[in-house]
Ligand binder design. Structure first.
Ligand code: ADP
Length: 187
């Protein structure tokens, strides 16, 4: 069975970078909702322009919008064949419920890439993306605590959550993630 996994963690935890590397190593399809929304914004589609103003303020795009985008992506041939690594989704309980209704047992692993608030704030200020203003960072981290952190308990109850320490160098973190993914792919 192809790997089906999600990676959860605060903004600035290194999820995106690590997700790309893990996807490449294990041959699964990396699906980043942030990247998809930024691509739509760059294309200037109606959805993209709406999403851009929401992203710039640090708020979340409504579940009704993002759920549809993800569902469509999960149904594409490459994902059905190769499996998926979702990065940036789900971020709310509504998104998690939608995801399980699409993939059910095919979701085998939820990784929590843990990095402290102090450390992620410093990392985001240093990288300086468009939406990495001090206000938007504060707003995104608040939303992470209220909307996304509850999912950690939710996936623990389903018995699929693994916590990985996101501190240290990029390759140290990568090695820890590889171990976590190998554990499920051996099952
Ligand atoms: P970060 O993890 O730093 O927030 P992302 O690239 O994952 O970076 O997301 C950037 C922005 O895109 C978010 O602040 C949010 O506005 C929007 N976004 C991405 N994924 C989702 C999602 N699953 N639900 C709602 N909004 C999302």
């Amino acid at each position: 069975m192809p790997i089906g996994m999600i990676i959860l963690g605060r903004q600035g935890s290194g999820k995106g970078t690590q997700a790309l590397r893990i996807a490449e190593s294990f041959g699964v399809i990396h699906i980043s909702t942030g990247d998809m929304l930024r691509a739509a914004a760059a294309d200037g589609t109606e959805l993209g322009l709406k999403a851009k103003s929401i992203m710039d303020s640090g708020d979340l795009v409504p579940d009704s919008v993002i759920n549809g985008i993800v569902k469509e992506r999960l149904l594409k041939e490459d994902v059905l064949r190769g499996g998926f690594l979702l990065d940036g989704f789900p971020r709310t309980v509504g998104q998690a419920e939608a995801l399980l209704s699409y993939v059910d047992e095919d979701l085998q692993l939820a990784v929590h890439l843990y990095v402290s608030i102090e450390e992620v704030t410093a990392r985001m200020l240093a990288r300086g993306r468009d939406d990495d203003t001090a206000e938007a960072i504060t707003r995104r981290l608040e939303l992470y605590e209220t909307e996304t952190a509850p999912l950690l308990d939710w996936f623990t109850e389903r018995g699929i959550l693994t916590i990985v320490d996101g501190g240290g160098t990029e390759s140290e973190v990568f090695d820890r993630l590889v171990d976590a993914v190998e554990e499920i792919s051996e099952k």
